[in-house]
Design a protein around this ligand. Sequence first.
Ligand code: 9MR
Length: 368
Amino acid sequence: MRPVLLGFFLLLGVMRSASPEPPPLKEAFARDFDMGVACASLASLSPEERALIVREFKVITPGSHFKPDHTQPAEGRFTFEQADALVDFAQSNGLAVVGHTLAWHNQTPAWFFADGPNPASRELLLKRLRDHIHAVVGRYRGRVKGWDVVNEGLSDKSDEYLRPNKWQQMVGDDYIAQAFAFAQEADPGAELYFNDYGTEYPHKRAKLIRLVKELQARGIRIDGVGIQCHLQLDRIPFEELEQSIAAFHALGVKVMITELDLDLVERLVWGADTTQHEEPTATNLGWKVAPPELLQRQAEQYAQLFRIFRRQHAAVDRVTIWHLHDGKSFLNNWPVKGRTNHPLLFDRHLQPKPAFDAVLAVASEPRS
Ligand code: 9MR
């Protein structure tokens, strides 16, 4: 090549590398897994937030608007406006939707469990569960990719299998199988997931393995399990998490990281049991501006997580970040009300944090 021409191409290369537009997360990890994000109502999202979601992510999980208190606040009175708006937004922007969630101990109105002044019978509860699932899943048939059919149904106690929520107490352990069967009837094309926190740890991992095996033995379809991954800085059980991913994959189900965040502010309670609260102290209210050294450690630990997810790409189907930016995280109000947290990839001004850059960089590393 003539020296002048060579110089021209070299210059072009330098100019390109000086201001490269980073690829969106969804493209950077396209060969590994889908990238997802949680969102609140469409009305709560600014045009800039919507644009960022559409640019970076492939899947959205409406964080609130598919929950039973939103979809069926009173028996037979369904309210789908907010969920409809989110599904329309997703469809017109090429995003897939995860339906979250159908049977849960939280945000399930009391009427489900009552029959006038008395507790509902098992039969009545199962009828209501079936009607609810048919109405909600049926409405979005073909438009919602998959459902968190049962959420947080495993017990946190080491000597107890399932969480003794009202469904379990009034229907029996069977409510889980029934919910999956109803969802399968309502939309045979949708994927069906069981979602829980703490399943990176051996005691909850064992319970989830037992549950999947029991469902499979009964011929009940379950397509995937969610490991929520509400994690804390410097306390991530990396090895155990990877063992859980591999163990669930060995059962023949997809593994989803469903609610990833990385708390910078200290908290005593692990997981995401929102019934637990902590009093404000000198150290648990956070900082208006996060200390740079913590943001750096957060970036390194996010990167380590994404190295695991990439290594386990055959198992991991999706990684969902639990809300778009630091200002939208539930960790600003839990377990301590009114703190200022910084657990996500974008800051409150929608700017990428060191964690974002570190995660993106992992996408171009060789898979370890
Ligand atoms: O992050 C969600 C928050 O925006 C909602 O207000 C809240 C109540 O609906 O639920 C939060 O998400 C929870 C999820 O549904 C299940 N796992 C724990 C999450 C944090 O509480």
